[in-house]
Design a protein around this ligand. Structure first.
Ligand SMILES: [Zn+2]
Length: 294
């Protein structure tokens, strides 16, 4: 795996002071205080620094120690170990294999089937709800839209009743687990996307399409205002045949309505693997009060 190396100054810019202290400074959060300790939602736990997936809800258990605990990683290649002799004891430190973020420690006192306990700080993780990992069947559906810079558009979807979770990231390219910087070169083939989960009993896909059309310009090829490049392309990634049909009909209707002077260039394509963007991009507009230049 290609390493991600940044200076301390850069990490400070991307992380909150608490995240920096834990992930870059090998800190430990107080037990029972981390936001993810009791989290029982289905989903994926990513590295807070570089967005590599590290654990999922399927490997999580409540250990009673006060820290999120997992019996094995999502992928053993994504978690590295190192001997830690600090505080007069020998422990095995766990780190993100890509960016060397400190995650916590691993102990041989976990449950079956591995007998291991990966004890991780909440602040070293970024969580994304994924209802397809739920123990029982679910009616929750996914929807994915590319509408230029993802910061502002995420907020428009997040405030809709029936939208259960939103994430920003990348889809439609070649590179697996790309960084934002790599996507911005235009060489990965990915589009910036908003990836969300919604409850079809509360909000229709049709309504989500309406928000998508309203919040960007679907007539400019590979461009939204001053943002130029294929990563800003207008695209609908459908997750099933019904979504595809609804999206195509919606595009045809809009085209015929004469709302836009020029033709709609929006692509309608089958969804491929979603790669989440780094934590500091998530709910960016909400956190920073800033919206896109567009
Ligand atoms: Zn990482």
């Amino acid at each position: 795996m290609k390493k991600i190396i940044k200076s301390d100054e850069e990490w400070k810019r991307y992380l909150t002071p608490e995240q920096y202290k834990i992930a870059r400074g090998k800190g430990t959060e107080s037990p029972f205080c981390g936001l993810l300790n009791d989290n029982k939602k289905p989903g994926i736990y990513y590295c807070v620094c570089c967005a590599l997936p590290l654990f999922t809800s399927k490997q999580k258990f409540i250990s009673g120690t006060g820290w999120p605990s997992f019996f094995e990683p999502f992928n053993p290649k994504h978690v590295a170990t190192s001997i830690d002799d600090s505080f007069g004891m020998r422990r095995t430190e766990i780190l993100c294999a890509r960016c060397d973020a400190h995650l916590g420690h691993v102990f041989p006192d976990g449950p079956k089937p591995t007998g291991m306990r990966y004890c991780v700080n909440s602040d070293a993780l970024s969580f994304m709800q994924d209802s397809s990992l739920a123990e029982q069947g679910t009616d929750i559906q996914k929807a994915t839209f590319g509408a230029g810079c993802f910061w502002h558009v995420e907020e428009e979807f997040a405030k809709i009743k029936g939208v259960v979770s939103t994430s920003v990231g990348f889809m439609g390219g070649e590179t697996r687990y790309p960084t934002y910087k790599e996507v911005c070169t235009g060489n990965t083939g990915h589009a910036e996307v908003i990836h969300l989960e919604f409850d079809p009993k509360e909000v229709s896909y049709q309504k989500l399409l309406g928000i998508f059309w309203k919040n960007h310009d679907p007539t400019t090829l590979n461009r939204q205002g001053p943002d130029v490049g294929s990563q800003y392309r207008s695209v609908i990634f459908f997750h099933n045949a019904e979504q595809e049909k609804t999206a195509r009909e919606s595009k045809d209707r809009l085209e015929k309505s004469g709302t836009f002077k020029s033709g709609i260039v929006t692509e309608i394509k089958p969804a491929t693997e979603f790669f989440r963007a780094e934590d500091y991009h998530q709910r960016y507009a909400q956190k920073h009060g800033a919206t896109c230049k567009f």
